[in-house]
Design a protein around this ligand. Structure first.
Ligand code: C2E
Ligand code: CA
Ligand code: CA
Length: 397
């Protein structure tokens, strides 16, 4: 490939370092761009489509390994060089992990690096992608008009809000807790639903700060509502969070500050996330449970895992995927799945929540078969803080 058609993206939090690498690359006759933050980096990945990437692995407030994982998720085909002041062992571990994630030609550049090392790296030609393209590029994706920079902006400007959906006891219909669900209040686009920004944030490595804000908002609201009662607060966490070793300690610290007993807090992880990396899930769940938190398996029943397989993980509750409840009135099969999940869960001493309950008939069926808890539009929609306060004052029966 012609040198002048190569685009080299440099990600280093130090402006002067990035700038000097940029100059060295240009001196080598390639186009170069240096960025200092994750949002601009992923923006450039998606739109500028670099053929080569030079990445500083250790940057404050950013996890270089996570950046590599996100690149792998995006099926990035660029040649990647990682550099950093950290020891060679760490760099080569990162190199191995990147290769295992399917990233190609990951080189280690010692820092500060020489013109020679740089020239060698740039000489590696990007491989054609399944013969069709002659340049290292991302495989095509359908990208949402929401950009990485927008998500970064949402975090910085604190535009995330939470709505809360009640969870009730099927037998007594008493309120048992709430699930916190994220909404992005965009100044121009209005309310953006989580399906449009959570998966995107996971891909671009920004789910960490989003989860932090969700946790802060949920705990601060819950400390005023129900921490002294027996109510619980459920918070959704992403598969990515399973790899954040500091998460249980941070959460425990935040609960202590908010005077919330840890056993009132339920972390919801989807079945697919848990089974994706069972070892990581085992590690994270065990540490969370040791601190008293509860763990729930979300969207159960649509993955391929059996409950028996999952039961090796220390979770306390299972949430039957809402598609089953939504089909229950017209499908005996859906009913049978809910019933057998309830039976098996109880034999394993687990609580069962069925979500997506949209009518009285389904709630009655759940009560009949001994399902513990229910959630759904029939009971209440996810509500703003003000709406919840009103809802809690309204008598139900
Ligand atoms: P989920 O955790 O399975 O949440 C349940 C979703 O079903 C919510 O959608 C809720 O509004 C909706 N829902 C509840 N009851 C009913 C019902 O009776 N009928 C129907 N048709 N829908 C019902 P929402 O709020 O759009 O959230 C979508 C997904 O986004 C969530 O699915 C969860 O996976 C993810 N999510 C939401 N907030 C967060 C968050 O703070 N962090 C992470 N990592 N993921 C989140
Ligand atoms: Ca959930
Ligand atoms: Ca669910």
């Amino acid at each position: 490939m012609d040198a002048e058609r190569q685009r080299v993206l440099i990600f280093d939090d130090e402006v002067s370092v990035g700038r000097s690498i940029e100059l060295m690359v240009r001196h080598n006759g390639r186009d170069a761009m240096a960025v200092t933050d994750a949002a601009s980096f992923f923006e450039a990945i998606l739109n500028w489509k670099p053929t080569h990437i030079i990445l500083d692995l250790v940057m404050p407030g950013m996890d270089g390994v996570e950046v590599l994982q996100s690149l792998a998720n995006l099926e990035c085909r660029a040649n990647i060089a990682i550099s950093s002041g950290v020891g060679k062992r760490v760099l080569s571990a990162a190199q191995r992990s990147a290769a295992e994630h399917g990233l190609r030609a990951v080189e280690v550049l010692p820092k500060p690096f020489t013109m020679r090392a740089l020239a060698d790296f740039l000489a590696i030609d990007p491989q054609p992608v399944d013969g069709r393209s002659e340049e290292g590029r991302l495989t095509p994706h359908v990208f949402d008009p929401i950009s990485a920079a927008d998500v970064q902006g949402a975090i910085e400007k604190r535009q995330l809000r939470l709505v809360y959906q009640p969870k009730i006891d099927c037998k007594t219909q008493m309120l048992r807790g709430f699930e916190a669900l994220a909404r992005w209040e965009h100044p121009e686009l209005g309310i953006i639903m989580p399906d449009r920004f959570i998966p995107l944030s996971e891909r671009i490595g920004l789910i960490g700060p989003i989860t932090d804000q969700v946790v802060d908002l949920a705990l601060s609201w819950f400390s005023g509502v129900g921490s002294t009662s027996q109510l619980s607060i459920s918070i959704n966490i992403s598969a990515k969070t399973l790899g954040h070793r500091e998460f249980p300690d941070d959460l425990e610290f935040k609960c202590r500050l908010a005077s919330i007993p840890t056993d009132r807090v339920i972390l919801e992880v989807t079945e697919t996330a848990a089974m994706d990396d069972e070892l990581l899930a085992l590690d994270m769940f065990t540490r969370l449970r040791m601190k008293g938190f509860q763990v729930s398996i979300d969207d159960f029943g649509i993955g391929n895992s059996s409950l028996a397989l999952l039961a090796r993980l220390p979770f306390s509750e299972i949430k039957v995927d809402m598609t089953f409840a939504m089909d229950a009135t017209k499908s005996n099969e859906a009913k049978a799945i809910i019933r057998s999940t309830v039976d098996l869960s109880h034999s394993l001493d687990l609580k069962v929540v069925t979500e997506g309950v949209e009518d009285r008939e389904t709630l009655e069926y759940l009560r009949e078969i001994g399902c513990d808890y229910a959630q759904g539009y029939y009971i209440a929609r996810p509500m703003s803080v003000a709406q919840v306060a009103k809802w809690m004052q309204t008598p139900r029966g």
